[in-house]
Design a protein around this ligand. Structure first.
Ligand SMILES: Cc1ncc(COP(=O)(O)O)c(C=O)c1O
Length: 377
């Protein structure tokens, strides 16, 4: 059996330890240290936005963004259906009601026409959502031209869940900066990692100050402990921020490598019953994960088992949130004209996430491709 190939393992570049050591030397291992400030600044500069706040996870970022936008019990929040559960779990933390919107087949992300139908319906009911959470899955940018103009028309703010899309861009603007608030994740399988962590980014003045206050248990600036609002323990430690600072030194190289890996898969599977998502006009994906659709009816689970027998990790495409038992009572708007019952169902049925780790070499890639080709033909 060959060496283990993971789906998307972290890759350290060696500079992380310098920043971690600086936190140790200055004895600032808690949140709000030098590394935290510099990590926030480097992401802000990279994305071209005004404010950033490092947090303990992307999920915390989604939660605190929804709270900032005033989501309260009984409110409606729209969310992409084809995504990881962290995009919408925080809607339940605030006892609000998620409504799921299908993907479209070109972007794989929120369908602008399904979004419009849903907004028209909820507007007629007098229950416009407090926010729309739009995910950029697998690093693919959503159709922001259309989505944002629809949301502006209905005056509903957007939380961009760019957890998987750091470094992706659409029409010359970085993912994460399309929403009124953008959320990033640095968990261990993301394009860069802090071992675990996240960040909110925004141009709204004052927003990250409020979120910073909540993320540190809403402690009042008084000489004793006073709390006037609900708070959370959501800050990132300075040690983790040090890892993030080091990782930011390599972000361009990591994206380039993930795009090369994607190109390799595309070339190798040409002529096979396999399709790939297109980059929509103006989009540049970070290719965080390379995902294929198996078009000849071979179930992705069979290919996953074949890869696993050779010690290679692969995964199914996200199972839509509209199909999750925990969200079974939530409303769902399918993409009009979807072939199957929905675009998300079709992508789930055929989709396979291939190993995409930055450190893989061509021999690893040839091993993977050989097994997949055999399994699907
Ligand atoms: C689309 C999406 N949203 C949110 C998250 C949550 O990020 P975290 O794991 O940092 O909480 C993730 C990653 O896990 C994700 O893939």
């Amino acid at each position: 059996m060959g060496k283990r190939i993971f789906l998307s393992p972290p890759l350290m570049n060696g500079t992380e330890t310098e920043y971690i050591n600086s936190a140790f030397k200055s004895n600032r291992v808690a949140p709000f240290g030098h590394n935290t400030e510099l990590f926030e600044r480097s992401v802000r500069n990279y994305l071209g936005c005004r404010h950033s706040l490092a947090l303990s996870s992307g999920t915390a970022g989604i939660h605190i963004s929804l709270r900032y936008l005033g989501v309260e019990p009984g409110d409606v929040v729209f969310c992409s259906s084809l995504t990881f559960a962290a995009s919408c779990m925080p809607i339940l933390y605030e006892c609000a009601e998620p409504v799921f919107i299908d993907s479209d087949s070109d972007s794989w992300n929120m369908s602008p026409s399904a979004l419009r139908t849903a907004l028209e319906r909820y507007s007629a009911l007098g229950r416009l959502p407090k926010a729309v959470v739009v995910a950029d899955i697998y690093g693919l940018p959503a159709k922001y031209d259309e989505i944002l103009s629809i949301c502006v028309e209905f005056k509903v703010p957007v939380v961009e869940d760019a957890a998987e899309a750091l470094g992706s861009a659409y029409k010359g603007k970085m993912c994460g900066t399309y929403g009124d608030i953008g959320v990033l994740s640095f968990n261990s399988n993301k394009i860069i990692t802090t071992s675990g962590g996240g960040m909110v980014v925004t141009d709204i003045d004052g927003a990250t100050d409020k979120m910073k206050y909540w993320s540190a248990q809403s402690r009042e600036p008084l000489p004793y402990y006073e709390h006037r609002e609900i708070g959370y323990n959501y800050r990132l430690s300075d040690i983790c921020a040090g890892i993030g600072r080091g990782q930011m030194n390599s972000i361009e190289r990591y994206i380039e490598r993930r795009r090369e890996i994607n190109g390799f898969y595309r070339r190798e599977f040409a002529g096979y019953p396999v399709s790939f998502p297109n980059e929509i006009v103006g989009a540049k994906s970070n290719c965080w994960l390379s995902v294929i659709l198996i078009e000849n009816g071979v179930p992705p689970s069979m290919v996953i088992e074949a890869l696993e027998r050779d010690n290679i990790e692969a995964r199914r495409c996200w199972k839509p949130m509209s199909r999750q038992p925990v969200f079974k009572d939530c409303e769902f708007f399918a993409c009009p004209g979807a072939d199957n019952s929905s675009v998300g169902d079709e992508l789930f049925a055929k989709g396979l996430c291939l190993p995409s780790g930055t450190a893989m070499d061509d021999e690893d890639l040839r091993r993977i491709v050989g097994i997949v080709k055999k399994a699907i033909t």
